[in-house]
Design a protein around this ligand. Sequence first.
Ligand SMILES: [Fe+2]
Length: 208
Amino acid sequence: MMSSNIQEVAFRRLVGEKNFSELEKWRKHSLATGAVAKIISEALAKKSLSFSPALCISGALLHDIGREVSVGTLHGWYGYLLLSKDKNLISCARYCITHWLKGRTEKEILEQSSLPENLVKKILRKGNFVNLSYEDIVVCVADAMAQDDVLVDIENRYEDARRRYGDTVWVDENYRKTLEFKSRLESILGCSLYSLFSKFGESLTFAL
Ligand SMILES: [Fe+2]
């Protein structure tokens, strides 16, 4: 699959034949995540980095695709399984895992969650999900800047996450890691990440 086509394939996989208004909330969130990833990717692509905007944007569009199977904690795993069976989208499968585990090691996952050890080992055997690429980091940050389909800052997004899921070690660590990813991107970009955006509080969507 040529990288220039992958965005279109990812978009079609997410949206199908539906109109925007007919899409479930999580698909609208995924489109907004794709739109945020696109803005960050375009800024990063101007820096001399080994980085694929097309892959990053496609990963952002499909990071939550496992919600087709289950909306629970394991949607990242189900998304990985769905995409790894699709020869055109196999390169997007890792983002389902990395937006969920955010580079945690096996030890960290077991300490911070109640996931069964055999499942954690099985997931981590599938690839290197501990050393994150810039594409992984951008997907994590973009996901954290889309509250449903509304552009928010990471601090607001996590306030909402704590209200929804409780103030858990997992959520706290997600917050810490996401701010760390934001700082890494800012040191490459040489500016505040938020300065790339002008529409906080407004809904965003993605168009090809
Ligand atoms: Fe997710």
